[in-house]
Design a protein around this ligand. Structure first.
Ligand SMILES: [Zn+2]
Length: 268
């Protein structure tokens, strides 16, 4: 389910990039980067499904999203093929690295133009998945995506590698999420080896490595199952906790920065 993918993406970014309690701090960023990354990672966690022309996100930012979906489906071989593999995750991360490096110097510091461009789509994906926009509200989708993408262009983390980490992480948690459902994923695409006959005869084994060469650990059952929702609750709670941590961090730095500025003005 789209909303669950988006929430998982935001939660994963908070876990990896946050340094508060219950966070791993593997890729520490400033509180504003924590917030920006969560929005981008939530959208990136929808990105592998940009291979589905009738899917939720294909209508998220018309007509751009539909064009992108059609192109991605063409290149990746159709729904749940190339975008749901290790190679797909690598390609998404490489795209993040390329766009992350596109920065333009300006009077207010570097503008992360590449991050802004991809954010336009990713923010629209996340907003659609989280039902902040709908098929009927294309103008709201564009206004929201443009506004947030502009803010990301100005306030993106200084280290340009953040976009590769963020987009790669989002795509990876999407593929992991799908691998936990009954359909499975073609993780080694374009190589999708069939299991041997003895393997396919076993009822349990053939659900892990399927006869079409796809695989996974289908502990969540079908997409949209009760089990999926049971996992979605703690994930969403954790993502909400991450949002609070990011906002408190931003308030704290503003409260330090503002008096320092006033003091500097007064003392000349
Ligand atoms: Zn998917």
């Amino acid at each position: 389910m789209g909303a669950n993918h988006a929430a998982t993406g935001a939660a994963a970014w908070f876990a990896v990039a946050g340094s508060g309690p219950l966070m791993l701090g593997w890729y520490p960023v400033h509180s504003s980067g924590l917030l920006i990354g969560a929005a981008v990672c939530a959208g990136a966690a929808m990105l592998p499904d940009a291979d589905h022309h009738a899917g939720t996100i294909s209508h998220s930012l018309p007509p751009l999203s539909r064009l992108v979906t059609r192109g991605v489906a063409h290149v990746s071989g159709g729904h749940r093929h190339g975008t749901h593999s290790l190679l797909g995750i690598l390609v998404f991360a490489a795209l993040g690295a390329l766009l992350g490096a596109v920065r333009v110097p300006s009077a207010i510091g570097h503008l992360a133009v590449g991050a802004g461009v991809i954010s336009l789509l990713l923010v629209a994906y996340a907003a659609k998945a989280l039902r902040m926009t709908s098929d009927a509200t294309w103008l709201r989708s564009w206004l929201l995506a443009t506004g947030v993408a502009a803010a990301i262009t100005v306030f993106a983390p200084e280290d340009p590698t953040w976009l590769a980490v963020c987009v790669g992480l989002g795509a990876a948690v999407h593929v992991l999420g799908d691998a936990l459902t009954t359909g499975g994923v073609p993780l080694l695409w374009p190589w999708t080896p069939d299991p041997p006959r003895w393997w396919a005869r076993n009822r349990v084994l053939r659900r892990v490595w399927q006869s079409n060469g796809w695989g996974g650990v289908p502990v969540l059952g079908r997409t949209g199952s009760v089990r999926e929702w049971l996992l979605a609750v703690p994930v969403s709670l954790y993502a909400s906790y991450g949002l609070v941590v990011a906002f408190v961090g931003m308030l704290e730095s503003a409260s330090r920065w503002l008096p320092a500025r006033v003091l500097a003005e007064l003392t000349g």
